[in-house]
Structure formats: structure tokens, C-alpha cells
Design a protein around this ligand. Structure first.
Ligand code: C2E
Ligand code: MG
Ligand code: MG
Length: 675
């Protein structure tokens, strides 16, 4: 909205400056005119006195000049005498020069040092005087030049008067009288500055007062505005608001859904609506009365509000039915999770009038755009889903589309099952040996997570790792992996086996969690494993997000004495400039380059290039997923130090690793290689 108050300060300052400058200019003009007038009067008086006193001398000079050759003024004794007479007459006055001109403008007399013989310098004023009119001019221009500022010339008033032999006789010549007004002009300048400053100060003070008053008025108007608006809006309120709960009503809900559908349609985003119906409201209302019913409704609002995000609006659709709009929905299971939270909240008992009441709720969910693209369509679908929830036994939620129920349930079921798995110690670790290619000795193992599912048996991480990540469960599970791997490695060493390094995969959620370094040092302390036998595997994508923080974290890990490797190298960003900055000990070349290694020239070239890169960056290189003998030979030939893969061993339980190390410390695959 246009706010004129925003421009008041600039406009005010400009107006003040302009007004002050104008005032001081007007003042100066007036004062200078007065000074000019006064000086003119004085000059005229002096000129008359001079003409009268000098009488015949001046007339004689003019007479001679008019008669003689025009270009040659009569110089001589008469002129010298006249100069002396004039000087004695003007002594003590502000008169600086007196000049006498013939009717054709030739200077025939000057009380100053020079000028005789020159033509008049102000022809306009001279012409006026020759025509019989006394005239004056103030000469200030000389003050404005740069030279005049360094060597100021006096300000002068130049007056021109006709010279006549008698009061009404013909004009015989023109007398010019210069008087200095320098002192006066300086005083005027000073006074003008004072006027300017005073005007500025006065106007600023006035302006300040006006601004204060305007601000105050603005504040009062703003304060009164909501009152005014509230009156205007009360009609709107009755149409769109529910008076009991203060929530927006059904009409408002439809408008909201319509508006959100338009917005999400433009940005291809999902949102969902939920219709929530209290299961036992009618019983309470009928048996305990309306007042108790109202209390139950108000309590339900409090609990629904507690369950949703602050940005999700709640509506009362009428009776015991509420609605929630969940904007920016990313996963269907998020809607299921919210619905379950609301059901849990409304499933807790409320104390009303000494009675413990459990309202319970059935919820129907419709998702935009899958279930419908218009508000009417979505609301109808959510309603149908809500009735289905009621029919299927109440106190539950239903998606309009049935396979969504399944998906959400599977997902939520998996999350719950994983929580249980952590509690029930269903997770186990498998270890895959890492071999030094030069000797074939096992120098390390990678700890790989498995879920020993009670029904499905051993599950690989691709089945559950994404849910562990999304739900945040990876943080406690990751800590468990770290502790178990360190304990296992310490146990192998305690058995007297040759020491090897154990490497543990770290997920981005764990890395960004902030407590990784703390966990790491406490695990090392707890298990007694020396940090040099531990390595953490990080992926590039995890380090790219906030490089500086990542480097800082890596340095802290290195400070503990723990090694770092860059897992799945070559599949991520592989930015060389980043790589240079990362304090990494090993690059783990991804299986993608190894699996067709000897058949693909490109993969061979990449492998050789990465091997050279690792060497020049002084990092070790480990090849992942080595399954073929010729792949191993190629890698060894091109300077790759270590390898891991089914050729040597699949990931196996800890006991098998101990027997592998105890059998001379060699992996089977290497021992069986043809020489
Ligand atoms: P990764 O860290 O790159 O681990 C190597 C994966 O390659 C393992 O799969 C391993 O079984 C498989 N592998 C090793 N050698 C060969 C081979 O010669 N051929 C083939 N085809 N595959 C081979 P796994 O155990 O299924 O693990 C998959 C991924 O899950 C791991 O990739 C790692 O990123 C992640 N992961 C495993 N355990 C953990 C853990 O405890 N924490 C976290 N955050 N991630 C884990
Ligand atoms: Mg790994
Ligand atoms: Mg890997």
C-alpha cells in the first residue's frame, strides 16, 4: 500500500533547504537594492556639489575637449588643478573616483591615476545621463571571479549625472562618481548567512514538530484501524468463522482448499486434507448436556492443534467434525503419521464435569492431486474415506485411495519394526575383508549392517537403510554399529590375531548430527580399541553440502587418530578442488568402474587416472567389488594398493573373519590366484 509518510522526511528536508535559500536570496536582494539606493543618493549629492563647486573649471575642460580634436583630450595645467580641487573636496568620503566625459563618451578628466582619453565603460548609463537622467549601477560582479576571491576588488556604486552650465541649460557632459560599498556588502553577506542559518534552524524546528505530530497521528489512526476493520469484518466473521471455537468454518475450508489447489497446481506440489470426526461426541452431548459437549469440542481443538504443525490450519466443519489442511506434503506416510498423532491425542481421556471421557476420532484423508484436483472433489473423497474409517471400527484413519493405506502402513510399519529391531538387538554386523594386493594379506574389514529379521531372516541394508535415514533412527543404529565394530576388533586383537583395521560406514544424518566426534571418542575409550585400527567411510555427497564444516569435522576425527576413507569414489561429485582440501587417507574406487574393468577401455582409463590421482594426493587407493582375477591383476599392475570384493570374500559373520585371519592372514581368493 502507498504510504505517503515514507516520503515525508526527504520532501521535508528539500523544502526546508529551498525555503531557506529563497528567503536569504530575497533578503539579500532587498538589502542590496537599499544600499544601492543610498549610495546613489550620496553619489548624486557629491556629484552635484562637485559640479557646483568646480563650475567653470569643469566646464572649461569640457568646452576645450569639445572644440579640440576628439581623440586628444586637453591635458595641462587646468586638468591638474581640477584633480587637486576634486581630491580635496572628496577627502574623507567613500568616493574612490570622479570622471568627466564629453558628450561623445571620451574621458577628459579622472581623479584617479589613469583613464583620460579612454571611452566610457558603462555606455548604457552614460547614454541615460547624456539624455538628462541621473542613473546609478552597483558593481558586484568582480567579487565572483576566482581572481577576485584571492585579491578581492571593492564593490562600487557608479553614478552618472548630466553636467549643465545652468539648472535648465543644455547638457554639456557627464560626470561619473564611484563610491565604495565594500564594507557594506561584506556586512550584507554576513547578514545573509545569518538569515540563511536562522531560516534553516527555525524551519527545521518547525518541521520536527510537524513530523512528530504526523507520526503520532499516524499511530493513532493505525491503532483505530483494527477497531474499524473489526466492525467491517464482523459480517465476514459470521460467514467464515465458527463462534464456539473461533476456528474458520466449512465455507472458509472450501475457499482455503481451492486456493491451495491453485497454488500447488502451479508448483506441482502435494497437499492433503483430513476430515476428523469425533467418535463419541453424540453420546456425551446427549447424556451430559450441551455444555459438556462444548467443553469436549474445545478440548478437541486444543489437542488437534497440539498435533499439527503451526502452519497447518484447522477448521470446524460443523457438529463434531473438524478438518486439517497439510500443505507441502512430501510423503504419504507423513499424512499417516499426523493422522495417527491426532488419533492418539484424541484417544486420551478428558475430565469433564467429573466424568472421564474419551472422545476418539475417525479420520479420512484425501491427497491432492492424486485423489482429486478440485476442492469439492477432495472434500468428497476425504468424507468417503472418513466414513470408511468409521465403518471399519472407528478410532483409525483411512486414505481415500486404498493402496496409499497400504503404502503408508508398510512404511510406518517398517519404521516401528526398525525401532523394535534396535530395542531387541536384531541388528548384526557382517564383515568383508580388505586385502593388500602386494601380499594378499587381510589388512582390514568393512563392517556392514544386516537386519536379522524374526520372519524374513537376514536383510541387506538396501531394504531398510532409507527408512533408517529418513526416520533419524540411523543415529542410534549408527552408534551401535560403531561400538559393535570397535568391540569386535578389540576382541580379535585380544584373541591374539594379527591386528587389522575395521572400517565403519557413516551416513549423512550421523555426520551432520553434531555429536559424532563425541560418540567416537567415548566408543574408543569404552572399547579400548586403539584409534589407528579404526577407519570411517564417508561419501562425497555428505562432504559437499557444507564443505568448511565438513573439513572441520574431518580434522577433529583425524585428531583422534582415526583414519578416513572416501567411499563410492567416482560416482559422486569427484570435485578435484574439494578433494585436495579433504584430509582423506583412502579413496575407495566404486564397484561401478571395476565390474567391467578389463572389457571397458573407458573404465580402465578412469581406474588408471584415479590411481595416479590418489598417488599424487598421497592417498591410498582401495578397489571395491573385485570379483574377477584379471580385475585384481589389472588393479595391482596399475598401482592400486588394496581391494575388497567377492573374489576375496563376501561379507561374513565375525567368526569367519577370525578363522580367515588366523589361517596365515591370507584371503582365500588371493591364495588361489594363478601365478
Ligand atoms: P558400501 O559401503 O559401498 O559397501 C560395499 C557394498 O558392496 C556392500 O553391500 C557389499 O556387500 C557390496 N560388495 C562388496 N564386494 C562386492 C562384490 O564383489 N560384488 C558385489 N556385487 N557387491 C559387493 P551391502 O552390505 O549391501 O551394503 C550396501 C551399502 O549400505 C554400503 O555400501 C553402505 O553404503 C551401506 N551400509 C552398510 N552398512 C552400513 C552401516 O552400518 N551404516 C551406514 N550408514 N551405511 C551402511
Ligand atoms: Mg563402505
Ligand atoms: Mg562403497
Amino acid at each position: 500500500m502507498f504510504n505517503p509518510f515514507r516520503y515525508v522526511p526527504i520532501a521535508g528536508v528539500l523544502a526546508i533547504a529551498m525555503a531557506a535559500v529563497c528567503l536569504s536570496a530575497i533578503y539579500r536582494h532587498g538589502v542590496v537594492s537599499m544600499a544601492e539606493e543610498q549610495a546613489t543618493h550620496a553619489n548624486f549629492a557629491v556629484a552635484r556639489v562637485l559640479v557646483n563647486s568646480l563650475g567653470t573649471s569643469s566646464q572649461g575642460i569640457l568646452h576645450d575637449a569639445t572644440r579640440g580634436p576628439a581623440a586628444r583630450p586637453p591635458l595641462g595645467r587646468r586638468n591638474g588643478r581640477l584633480k587637486r580641487e576634486v581630491r580635496s573636496l572628496i577627502r574623507g568620503l567613500d568616493i574612490t573616483d570622479v570622471k568627466l566625459y564629453t558628450l561623445n563618451g571620451l574621458t577628459v578628466f579622472s581623479s584617479g591615476q589613469s583613464g583620460i582619453g579612454a571611452m566610457v565603460s558603462h555606455p548604457a548609463q552614460f547614454s541615460d545621463a547624456r539624455a538628462g537622467h541621473a542613473t546609478s549601477i552597483i558593481d558586484l560582479d568582480n567579487q565572483r571571479s576566482l581572481l577576485a576571491r584571492i585579491m578581492p576588488e571593492p564593490s562600487r556604486v557608479l553614478s552618472f549625472l548630466p553636467v549643465r552650465s545652468s539648472a535648465f541649460g543644455p547638457v554639456q557632459g557627464v560626470i561619473e562618481v564611484h563610491s565604495t560599498v565594500t564594507g557594506l556588502v561584506r556586512r550584507i553577506d554576513k547578514a545573509q548567512l545569518q538569515v540563511l542559518l536562522t531560516a534553516l534552524a527555525t524551519l527545521s524546528a518547525l518541521y520536527f514538530v510537524v513530523v512528530l505530530l504526523a507520526r503520532r497521528a499516524n499511530r493513532v489512526v493505525r491503532r483505530q484501524q483494527p477497531d474499524r476493520l473489526s466492525h467491517v469484518n464482523s459480517a465476514h466473521y459470521q460467514i467464515y468463522q465458527d463462534p464456539l471455537t473461533g476456528l474458520p468454518n466449512r465455507a472458509s475450508f472450501t475457499a482455503h482448499v481451492r486456493e491451495t489447489a491453485t497454488r500447488c497446481g502451479r508448483s506441482s506440489r502435494m497437499f492433503c486434507i483430513m476430515l476428523i470426526d469425533l467418535d463419541r461426541f453424540k453420546v456425551v452431548n446427549d447424556s451430559l448436556g450441551h455444555e459438556a459437549g462444548d467443553k469436549l469440542l474445545l478440548e478437541a481443538v486444543v489437542r488437534i492443534r497440539r498435533s499439527v504443525r503451526e502452519s497447518d490450519p484447522i477448521f470446524r466443519m460443523g457438529g463434531d467434525e473438524f478438518a486439517v489442511l497439510m500443505d507441502g506434503l512430501e510423503r504419504v506416510e507423513d499424512a499417516a503419521r499426523l493422522a495417527q498423532r491426532i488419533i492418539d491425542q484424541l484417544g486420551e481421556a478428558v475430565l469433564i464435569g467429573g466424568h472421564e471421557i474419551t472422545a476418539g476420532a475417525s479420520i479420512g484423508i484425501a491427497i491432492y492431486p492424486k485423489d482429486g484436483k478440485t476442492a469439492e472433489h477432495l472434500i468428497k473423497d476425504a468424507d468417503a474415506a472418513m466414513y470408511r474409517a468409521k465403518e471399519s471400527g472407528r478410532n483409525r484413519y483411512e486414505f481415500f485411495t486404498k493402496d496409499m493405506n497400504l503404502r503408508a502402513m508398510e512404511r510406518l510399519g517398517l519404521e516401528t519394526a526398525l525401532q523394535r529391531a534396535l530395542r531387541n538387538e536384531e541388528f548384526i554386523l557382517f564383515y568383508q575383508p580388505r586385502v593388500l594386493l602386494a601380499t594378499g594379506k587381510i589388512v582390514g574389514t568393512e563392517a556392514l549392517l544386516r537386519w536379522n529379521h524374526p520372519q524374513s531372516g537376514i536383510l541387506a541394508p538396501d531394504k531398510f537403510l532409507p527408512v533408517l535415514e529418513e526416520s533419524g533412527l540411523i543415529v542410534p543404529v549408527g552408534t551401535w554399529v560403531l561400538r559393535t565394530a570397535c568391540l569386535q576388533n578389540a576382541a580379535w586383537q585380544a584373541q591374539g590375531l594379527p591386528p587389522i583395521r575395521v572400517s565403519v560406514n557413516i551416513s549423512s544424518r550421523q555426520f551432520r548430527n553434531g555429536s559424532l566426534v563425541r560418540t567416537l571418542s567415548s566408543v574408543l575409550q569404552e572399547t579400548g580399541l586403539s584409534p589407528k585400527w579404526l577407519e570411517l567411510e564417508l561419501t562425497e555427497s555428505l562432504l559437499i553440502e557444507n564443505t568448511d564444516a565438513a573439513i572441520d569435522m574431518m580434522l577433529q576425527i583425524k585428531d583422534l587418530g582415526v583414519a578416513i576413507s572416501l567411499d563410492d569414489f567416482g560416482t559422486g561429485y569427484s570435485s578435484l578442488s574439494y578433494l585436495r582440501q579433504f584430509p582423506v587417507d583412502y579413496l575407495k574406487l566404486d564397484r561401478a568402474f571395476i565390474k567391467d574393468l578389463t572389457a571397458s577401455e573407458k573404465d580402465m582409463a578412469i581406474t588408471v587416472a584415479i590411481s595416479n590421482l590418489a598417488r599424487s594426493l598421497k592417498m591410498g587407493l582401495v578397489a571395491e567389488g573385485v570379483e574377477e582375477l584379471q580385475h585384481m591383476e589389472f588393479l595391482r599392475h596399475h598401482g592400486c594398493e588394496e581391494a575388497q570384493g567377492f573374489l576375496f570374500s563376501r561379507p561374513v559373520p565375525a567368526e569367519q573373519i577370525s578363522s580367515m585371519i588366523s589361517e596365515h592372514g591370507y584371503s582365500k581368493g588371493y591364495l588361489h590366484r594363478p601365478n
